[in-house]
Write a protein that binds this ligand. Sequence first.
Ligand SMILES: Cc1cc2nc3c(=O)[nH]c(=O)nc-3n(C[C@H](O)[C@H](O)[C@H](O)COP(=O)(O)OP(=O)(O)OC[C@H]3O[C@@H](n4cnc5c(N)ncnc54)[C@H](O)[C@@H]3O)c2cc1C
Length: 386
Amino acid sequence: MDFALNDEQKMLIDTVRRFIAEECQPLEDEIEQTGVFDTSKAQALHDKAKSLGLYGMNMPEELGGGGLSNLDRILCEEQFGHTSDIIIRRAFGNVYEPLLHCKGAQIERWLKPAVEGTRTCAITITEPGAGSDAAGIKTTAVKNDKGWVLNGGKHFISDGDWSDFFLVSAKTGEKEISMFMVDKGLAGFTVGKDQKMMGLRGTPHLELFFDNVQVEDAALLGEAGQGFKLAMGALNVVRLAQVGARAVGKASHVCEIMVGWANERKQFNTKIGDFQMVQQMIADSVIEINAARWMVYHAAWMLDQGLDAREQIAMVKVHAAEMLGRVVDRAVQVFGGMGFCKELTIERYYRDARIYRIFDGTSEIHRGVIAKSTLKKGAALFDVNR
Ligand SMILES: Cc1cc2nc3c(=O)[nH]c(=O)nc-3n(C[C@H](O)[C@H](O)[C@H](O)COP(=O)(O)OP(=O)(O)OC[C@H]3O[C@@H](n4cnc5c(N)ncnc54)[C@H](O)[C@@H]3O)c2cc1C
């Protein structure tokens, strides 16, 4: 068992970390203040990241991506956690793994442009009546001689206005769900209002409406009735990366700021870091961040070995998301009133962290998965030597 990172991995982390510190973090304040990421600045950031080979690093090299292993990708995603969601999207791309199921002409039309960053894609599953119950959707796709006709609506779709096409789940039979790649601009496809959120300022979350939207046969991902399963399977790694690893990065970022404050802020003529109750908050945070990090690395290693890591990723999703919530809550406490005050970034981190327990499957849904598997498989879920 070797826990050491090799020189290439250290260099990769260093490159991403430097790019985030120099190019991304300076943009955060303006986005937070205005609620938008200026289009020309976003494009410039994208172009710079792309020129350094930092866009679409999770995608295979033969498609123009970075060809990183799961573990190397996770190391980068952890660094991404040191900046905000919308900046990550523009700089490094959210190029979703389900697109790797594209075949034939779909590769040139949807997959390659997504990897190159010339077209961006949003994942479009949730509906007002179907969130945790992703199979309970009402959007339908009915076959006709030109392809498929979509009707229905979605909501909470991240980055929906910037996206050029959408990976949309729709019912193609009583108990059958399929995935379609739907281009923006098709007749009957409209983008609704931006649903304002507690945090993640700068990232729009939109309603989408499909009113007799005609798509071609080529828009179907995989076989009818199969694409949804393919997509949900591929979203596992997205969950590990965009929730697990980013939560570890965010918590590390917050912890560093909290420790800095504890070392500087004085009350009763002494640094607050000298008080044992403050030390406990620091110690608990450090313990929990490290535990979550190794869970994330281990799950990524499992994927690289070709092992089924579904349950491990469910555990990561719960633990990393909740760990981030606890760390950022302690940080607010250590900062006292300044932790609640908008003059500093801590209150923003607190708001931004809350969604981690909700999106990509709530903590309750993942706990259900873990418990059911454990009841079935027993010790294999908590004793690696079984
Ligand atoms: C900021 C943001 C960004 C998002 N981005 C996207 C996106 O890009 N694309 C997309 O498709 N979706 C997106 N979503 C949707 C997100 O994935 C859902 O909000 C999430 O899956 C929860 O669904 P829901 O909001 O309908 O809650 P509900 O499913 O209504 O859940 C409400 C409560 O009931 C609990 N609950 C539900 N079922 C069970 C159960 N079986 N057992 C125990 N408890 C249960 C939940 O855990 C939760 O506490 C986004 C949401 C937000 C807020």
